[in-house]
Design a protein around this ligand. Sequence first.
Ligand SMILES: [Zn+2]
Length: 313
Amino acid sequence: MSDTSDHTPEIMDAAAPFNDHRADVILRSHDYMDFRVHKLFLSMASPVFNDILSNLQPAAISGAAMRNSDLVRDGRPVVKVTEDAKILDLVLRLCYPGVFPGLTEMDAIRGVLEACRKYAIEGADRTLAEVFAGMVDRDALGAFGLAIECGMEEVAGKAAFALLKMSLSTLVHTPLPCTVSGEQYRLLVQYHIDCGVAADGAVQRRESLDALADASPDLISKHQLCPKCFQSDMHYYYAPTYVQDYLHRIGMHLRVWPSAEQVLPLYDGELRIARAACLNCRKERSSGLAALKARLAIEVNAAVASVPVPKFL
Ligand SMILES: [Zn+2]
């Protein structure tokens, strides 16, 4: 009776470009996927791979060992590695010429970064930092924690900037990744507060009003364009009361949520109704709000960008 109790897991074959039968060595992932690779590419990309592949025992790939075994497959030496197939695929793509594929999962980035550091793959940190930065907008908090964990200062700064899209109260009530220390958390919150002060200041200061008046002269003017709805409570400028209310309320929001993108649209509905309410001038005010908000966004963004990003590491 034949023995059917063979527990050796089924070996899977990796997809292109790691299924090339001309390749001279096989890397077997922790979860039993075989990657057929060219030693040349790996040796050039990584001194650690170079050592491993240079030290393969010729005896292991000759004679009786030519039969398929744990050490040999199809006459090629098999090197077992600890990475799983998903991570190994990405690591090998970093070694091969061509474009590194986009990564969308934080865990994959962590795994690839660890493996790249273990194998000392040239330029991998730089490539991964670029990929990583692309992930910041999707999950700023996760990216911040991972950047801290992986020692990527620049990415941590970009993530802190992206976190301005979160209000201060949301930020302080959201659990941070455990990799973030108390001091790093304090720096993150202080940066958010400083940006809030700068953003609010950009709405209130005289220079911004000059810029807004330039961009939207039918809403902010040194002349009382409509005797019914224009008042002159803003330095030397007249503006409809709903515009003055809007700027005041937006400033208060920006102080704790320094993101023009998030805050400026908050009162769109109310503004439309208020604008239509003045029967005396509503036709003349139909197009100015979009220009005013576009200019306001520029002022706020510039003010926030002028706040120095802390050194988190
Ligand atoms: Zn009016």
